[in-house]
Design a protein around this ligand. Structure first.
Ligand SMILES: [Zn+2]
Length: 509
């Protein structure tokens, strides 16, 4: 009542604030219009998977207010009702490894003159993640703050967290992809390596590039995590500099002190041993390199004993593990003639960009990775019998050992059109299932495991009162088939129901 007096005195300028205040004071018998009830729905949440029950989930002001059992009270007038009859409600999915600034299929030089195509892509980007149910994403390496800001300002977008500017060792991966004269500008948060003093420009002072200084910059950017790398190299160069165990230990210490999580890029046996010894929170890849120089046709029927022992320890330490099998598949698809014709592709990529992928210029990445001019069949065989086989075997072993999978895709992991936003997550789930993860393991990896490892579980990861109402309504149960993740009907984003069809790239055209 006192607000009414104030309002009449202070005039129209303050009306919106006072209107909100009086809403909060509304009597309990008249629910505010912001309530949404999802009725008669089978609730699948990580803590109730053994006894899923049907009920009603009540959402208010973007949060789950309460969950009523089968005998729910009758909703009052003014409540938005969404019938979940015959459907399944799950928490919104979390992809804890994405790269929002990179455009699939395109290198930096190709961007010139394609402003329209790019702006259409970035407009669709957050919607494509939502289309496949990803309501939270973590960008592991911020190269463009502007693109992240635009993403956060989009009318509909997943909740976004990030690891700030990445911390590579000087001249190591991924700096090594840039010409020596430019790479320090692109990676200003690099780690100084005294052994390489001669190849670090003099303007960069060692004291500004210590683990403490680098982690402080990450913290200052508002990040929740730190990303560093252990990568000896690729095809023709396996001699890239890598962090020493001492450097990694310092990064670990500084990250812990700053309250930041630590991700390590590691896709080899050696690198994952380093991550294990360095007590990292996340290993940001599967293990597709086993020896220093893997031969394609080693065809080990079993994971070698010494690798098993490391994987046992990774599982026991409950490190957040991201197999990212789609990283390899994303390269292999250039040799799958029908890939771009899959019906799912037009749902996540604007038409103009998809048309460009089909042009000779758009095919550049496939040519780059097929230096030896192999046939499609030969190329696929090398991947299938080499790195894909190894990562699947290592992943299957970890699944048996109840490793702590933390779902992440690395979208896009390279300038490949084989890692499209949102769709790539769905395909990664298929990969994990084929590699031997149970449907429950996949469900937990993309919800509660990620929420816990990211320390976001007070807000996300389950369907419980008080949590953010990021939810998905599905026609099919993801505990019965992995294809169910493609049967989303409604995405709830902070309580706002969005029909899935409205999120498709085709809905904007
Ligand atoms: Zn990555």
């Amino acid at each position: 009542m006192r607000y009414q007096t104030a309002r009449s005195t202070l005039g129209a300028f303050l009306t919106p604030f006072f209107a909100l205040a009086s809403l909060a004071q509304a009597p309990a018998s008249r629910p505010p219009a912001t309530q949404t009830w999802i009725t008669d729905v089978t609730i699948l949440s990580p803590e109730n998977l053994d006894h899923p029950a049907a009920g009603t989930v009540v959402i208010e002001n973007g949060r789950i207010l309460r969950i009523d059992g089968a005998s729910s009270p009758k909703p009052a007038a003014g409540v938005t009702i969404i019938s979940g009859k015959g459907q399944y409600l799950i928490p919104g999915l979390i992809d804890s490894h994405v790269h929002l600034a990179s455009v699939p299929g395109m290198n930096t030089d190709q961007r010139a003159g394609k402003e329209q195509m790019l702006s259409a892509y970035y407009r669709q980007l957050p919607r494509s993640y939502l289309y496949y149910g990803y309501t939270t994403v973590v960008d592991l390496a911020v190269y463009s703050e502007k693109i992240l800001e635009d993403f956060r300002r989009a009318p509909l977008h997943p909740d976004l967290f990030d690891c700030g500017p990445p911390i590579p060792i000087a001249n190591g991966y991924p700096m090594s992809f840039w010409p020596p004269a430019e790479r320090f500008k692109f990676f200003p948060n690099f780690l100084y390596d005294p052994a390489q003093a001669a190849s670090i420009p003099a303007e960069y002072k060692p004291e500004d590039h210590t683990p403490a200084a680098d982690v402080a910059r990450v913290k200052g950017s508002g990040a929740i995590c730190v990303k560093t790398f252990f990568e000896r190299g690729f095809a023709d160069n396996f001699k890239l500099p890598v962090v020493t165990p001492e450097m990694l230990a310092q990064i670990r210490r500084e990250s812990t002190q700053s309250g930041l999580l630590l991700f390590l890029h590691a896709n080899s046996f050696e690198a994952q041993k380093v991550g294990l010894a360095g007590n990292v929170d996340f290993i940001a890849h599967g293990m597709w390199h086993w020896k220093e120089r893997d031969r394609v046709l080693d065809n080990e029927p079993q994971v070698p004993a010494e690798i098993k022992s490391t994987l046992d320890q990774i599982a026991a330490a409950q490190i957040g593990y991201q197999p990212t099998i789609q990283v390899l598949e994303g390269e292999r698809v250039y040799f799958e003639p029908d890939y771009l014709n899959r019906p799912a592709v037009v749902k996540v990529v604007p038409k103009e960009l998809l048309e460009w992928f089909r042009t000779p210029a758009g095919q550049w990445f496939g040519k780059l990775i097929n230096e030896d001019h192999l046939s499609d069949e030969q190329f696929r065989k090398i991947y299938d019998e080499g790195p894909l086989r190894r990562v699947r075997q290592a992943t299957a072993y970890l699944a048996q050992k109840k490793a702590n999978f933390a779902f992440g895709t690395d979208t896009p992991s390279a300038p490949t059109y084989g890692n499209l936003p949102g769709l790539n997550g769905y395909l990664e789930m298929q990969q994990l299932h084929n590699a031997g993860l149970s449907l429950t393991q996949i469900f937990q990896a993309a919800t509660i495991n990620n929420a816990r490892k990211l320390k976001l579980d007070s807000q996300l990861g389950t369907i419980e009162p008080g949590k953010t109402a990021n939810l998905l309504l599905l026609s099919n149960s993801p505990l019965e088939s992995v294809d169910a993740y493609d049967s989303i009907t409604t995405v709830f984003l902070h309580g706002q129901p969005i029909p899935r069809t409205a999120l498709s790239a085709t809905a904007l055209q």
